[in-house]
Design a protein around this ligand. Structure first.
Ligand SMILES: Nc1ncnc2c1ncn2[C@@H]1O[C@H](COP(=O)(O)OP(=O)(O)OP(=O)(O)O)[C@@H](O)[C@H]1O
Ligand SMILES: [Mg+2]
Length: 322
């Protein structure tokens, strides 16, 4: 295990070219065509975090411009509080000069575009129109519904989906080999579970876990990420469902202390477990109902202990009735 770990693996292992992007095959295909034809429309990249939106934009630019990428590609963060005026002047300066002969446009990426107010988006739309001859915009966002219609209709739409477990595992394996990290199969599964299709979170958790333990196993992954292992949680749920209130209650408290969780963390994870549980449809609906209530009360400021006790009590009661 190397002593110094000051490089972020997410950056170190960020793909540099479209061919290295995993998953998102349709998207990569379409972007490669842009490169081949040296022509592209404005684009809207939407999807959950850590699925490759920013990466796809930089890879596209690299493949299009090669060594000239720095002159022709600019990333701005739209959530920057300096707002639309900065975007406007920056775009003006950037887009004024035409790039190189082979690629007759520059690319400007506006990250987190969904954080812009509708008014700022209107201004952006005019800017996009004004410079459309010399500049293509790529707007990246998590929620495309927050992007105003007129902008949506001017952009080609790309939906980034959470990465598949196999692809995530392939990436983890590659990084572990490069960094000489030992990882157990269960540790690998735990990383996939924690990441939930978000590769950034997966890689960050892997890096943190490998810094704190020579072997990355299940226990270390869950400890690092402040999450209960699904196995332990299933056991607690099993006890509650068997009507053993006291047992379930004690174990829940122990989990919270051991993993440093809030009541809300526990409720969220219980929710995730219940969704995947093999019980009757009716039992599942009843469980989801009481979990939803617990979440609401906790968000409203209810006490962790009282609300978790209430949740376990309700689950135990449901079990008694079933
Ligand atoms: N499809 C992918 N292929 C390979 N690596 C990926 C992919 N998606 C994400 N990554 C890895 O995760 C890191 C974060 O990805 P990226 O910055 O592209 O996410 P994003 O979709 O822009 O997320 P956000 O919505 O939070 O901005 C990258 O540095 C890269 O290491
Ligand atoms: Mg991004």
């Amino acid at each position: 295990m190397p002593e110094v770990r000051d490089v972020m693996w997410t950056e170190k292992y960020r793909p540099r070219t479209l061919g290295d992007i995993v998953n998102q095959a349709d998207i990569v295909e379409r972007l490669k065509r842009f490169v081949k034809e040296r022509s592209m429309p404005h684009c809207l990249f939407a999807g959950t975090p850590g699925t490759g939106k920013t990466t796809a934009a930089t890879c596209l630019a690299h493949d299009l411009y090669g060594p000239d990428v720095r002159k022709n590609y600019l990333e701005l963060n739209a959530s920057d509080e300096r707002g639309i005026d900065v975007v406007r002047t920056t775009v003006k300066d950037f887009a004024r000069t035409v790039s190189m002969a082979e690629v007759p446009f520059k690319i400007l990426v506006l990250d987190e575009a969904d954080s812009m107010t509708p008014e700022a988006q209107q201004a952006l739309r005019r800017t996009m129109e004004m410079y459309t001859n010399t500049c293509r915009f790529i707007l990246a966002c998590n929620y495309f519904t927050k992007i105003i219609e007129p902008i949506q209709s001017r952009c080609a739409f790309f939906r980034f989906v959470p990465l598949r477990a196999d692809d995530v595992k392939g990436r983890i394996k590659l990084i572990c080999e490069e960094e000489r990290v030992e990882i157990t199969p269960k540790g690998m599964d735990a990383l996939v579970y924690i990441g939930g299709g978000d590769l950034r979170r997966t890689i960050n958790t892997l890096q943190a876990a490998s810094a704190s333990s020579t072997t990355v196993d299940e226990a270390v992954v869950y400890r690092i990420s402040g999450r209960v292992s699904p196995r332990e949680l299933k056991e607690v749920l099993g006890e509650a469902l068997a009507g053993n209130f006291n047992g379930a209650r004690e174990r829940t408290i122990r989990l919270m202390v051991d993993y440093g969780l809030s009541g809300l963390d526990v409720v969220k994870q219980v929710h995730r477990e219940v969704l995947g549980m093999q019980v009757s449809e009716k039992a599942k609906l009843q469980l989801l109902d009481v979990i939803g209530e617990a979440e609401y009360r906790l968000l409203e400021g209810g006490s962790d202990e009282i609300q978790l006790n209430a949740l376990i009590a309700k689950i135990a009661l449901l079990a008694g009735r079933a």
